[in-house]
Structures are given as structure tokens and as C-alpha cells.
Design a protein. Structure first.
Length: 291
């Protein structure tokens, strides 16, 4: 078989409500509307007898040790569930920042499962593929089929694709890696505790851009306040985006430090990205669309 290739897009939490912590396992229970950006890592698979991985690209250095990469973890979990799984050599081109709240590693892992599923004639809803995604990480299941949808629980409950309109956006990462654990620690929920707050607004399928904005505006990212105590520069990034012409909403994604802003149209998003790059040339800035 010839080389297989897929994109591993950035995962953006348009909303992220923390409902509490489960008493049985201590996991945080979430409710989040997830969208995916056009900006992405790229993963290829050359079929072969051995499982290997090479990594290159602008953010390859911070991606960590190869043997601990989520691409290999996902492949090993799937191989454990599918006897005789045909594997091969993965090559990952890293464009997305690491420890950035945009699910880069999880999206890479999901991309690996997509390629192995294609190579082995498995559907993405095959029980072994779903089990491998869940075993690899909480954000991997929602990244298997990267289209806008709701994610609930500790990531295991993934809703149907919602098919909403593509949203012109700018993504900004101020270059500070933020681990998830300190942010959840700063949130300060005890096991079994619930977090008081407004219910997540209902999201229906097929919304246009105005409909998405109206639906998510009353929502929030509950991890934004604790993340600001861990990395105050997040606040500066949000303020810079909110100051741009055409910005309709700016919010943090995941546990940070990446923030996003939704804009009236693509030219406004591109102009905003140029302005942010000029103001902060060391930051990662991308004009994109979310869907």
C-alpha cells in the first residue's frame, strides 16, 4: 500500500463548563462545544511491519520524547485490541503549539487511529477504535471525526456532528506552555464537589455564524479564571484580541494558554492576525476558520 496522509487540526473549545468532579474516580465532568480549525499538524503513515515515529516541524522540539508520543500510544492501544493489526512508520509534521489548550497531541493521536483504521479496513465507530481513543486520552474521542460537536463527561460522551457554519477566527498562543493539572488544581474542586454556575446553553444543528455566536455568548470557559492565575499573559492575549476591529467574542480554549476570537468575516480576521503579529512578533498567531 502507498503512503496514507491526514491532517490533525487544532481543537478549540468554544465553550467549556466544568460541572464538578466524579466521586467514583475524581475526574472532572465537562460540557463543551468543540470546533476544529483549518490550521493543523500533518500525519503520514508508510505501511510496514514495524511501528515507528519521526517528528519534524516548527514545534517538534517541545513535543517531547518520541516513545511517549500519543501517536504511538494510540497505535499500541489499537494493536492490543485488534490482533494482527497492520502498522507502519508514522511521520508527524508539527505546526501546532504544545501544552496549548488546543488538543494538539490528542488530535495527532486521533489522526493515527484514522490512518490505522483506513489501513486495516476499520470504521471509526469500531469498538476497538473507540476503546483505543478513550484509553489514549480524554480529548482523543472527540478528535476522531474532527467536526464541531458537543463533548461531555470526562471526554467519553461525544455528540453528533452539528454542521454549523464555519466561523472566521484568530488563534493566539503567547508562547507559554500551560499544563492542565495546575489549572484544575487552581480551580480547586474537591472529589464529589459540583461547580455552581449557569447551565450550558442548548446547541442545535445547522446554525449559521450569527446563530452560533448567539448560542455560545451566554456560556463561558470555567477554566479561564484559574488559568489566568497560572499564566497571566493569557489576559494580555485576550485584551489584544478584543481590541481588534470586527472582534465579536474572545475566549480561552481548553486550559490555555491559547485564546481565540471570532470575527465578522475572514478579512477582519486576517487584519486582526496581522495586527497581533506586529504587536507581539514572538507569539503564535493564525487566522483560520472554525467548524
Amino acid at each position: 500500500m502507498s503512503r496514507l496522509t491526514t491532517r490533525a487540526p487544532a481543537k478549540i473549545n468554544l465553550t467549556l463548563h466544568v460541572l464538578g468532579r466524579r466521586p467514583e474516580d475524581g475526574y472532572h465532568v465537562l460540557e463543551s462545544l468543540v470546533a476544529f480549525a483549518e490550521v493543523a499538524d500533518v500525519l503520514t503513515l508508510d505501511p510496514g511491519p514495524d511501528l515507528t515515529l519521526s517528528v519534524a516541524g516548527p514545534t517538534a522540539g517541545p513535543a517531547g520524547p518520541l516513545d511517549d508520543n500519543l501517536v504511538l500510544r494510540a497505535a499500541r492501544h489499537l494493536a492490543a485490541g485488534v490482533p494482527g493489526l497492520e502498522l507502519g512508520a508514522f511521520h508527524l509534521h508539527k505546526e501546532l503549539p504544545v501544552a496549548a489548550g488546543i488538543g494538539g497531541g490528542s488530535s495527532d493521536a486521533a489522526a493515527a487511529l484514522r490512518l490505522l483504521s483506513e489501513r486495516n479496513g476499520l470504521s471509526l465507530d469500531h469498538p476497538a477504535v473507540v476503546a483505543a481513543a478513550r484509553a489514549t486520552g480524554a480529548d482523543v474521542p472527540v478528535c476522531l471525526d474532527p467536526r464541531g460537536r458537543m463533548m461531555r463527561g470526562a471526554g467519553e460522551a461525544v455528540g453528533p456532528a452539528l454542521g454549523f457554519a464555519a466561523l472566521p477566527a484568530v488563534l493566539v498562543n503567547p508562547g507559554v506552555p500551560v499544563s492542565t493539572a495546575p489549572v484544575f488544581k487552581a480551580l480547586g474542586l474537591a472529589v464529589g464537589q459540583t461547580l455552581a454556575g449557569a447551565e450550558h446553553p442548548p446547541i442545535v444543528a445547522g446554525l449559521d455564524a450569527d446563530g452560533v455566536l448567539a448560542a455560545i455568548r451566554p456560556a463561558c470557559n470555567d477554566l479561564e479564571p484559574p488559568a489566568l492565575t497560572v499564566a497571566p499573559v493569557i489576559g494580555a492575549a485576550l485584551a489584544l484580541l478584543r481590541a481588534q476591529g470586527g472582534c465579536r467574542l474572545a475566549r480561552m480554549s481548553g486550559s490555555g494558554a491559547t485564546v481565540f476570537a471570532l470575527f465578522t468575516d475572514a478579512p477582519a480576521a486576517e487584519a486582526a492576525a496581522r495586527a497581533v503579529r506586529a504587536a507581539q512578533p514572538g507569539w503564535w498567531v493564525e487566522a483560520t476558520r472554525l467548524a
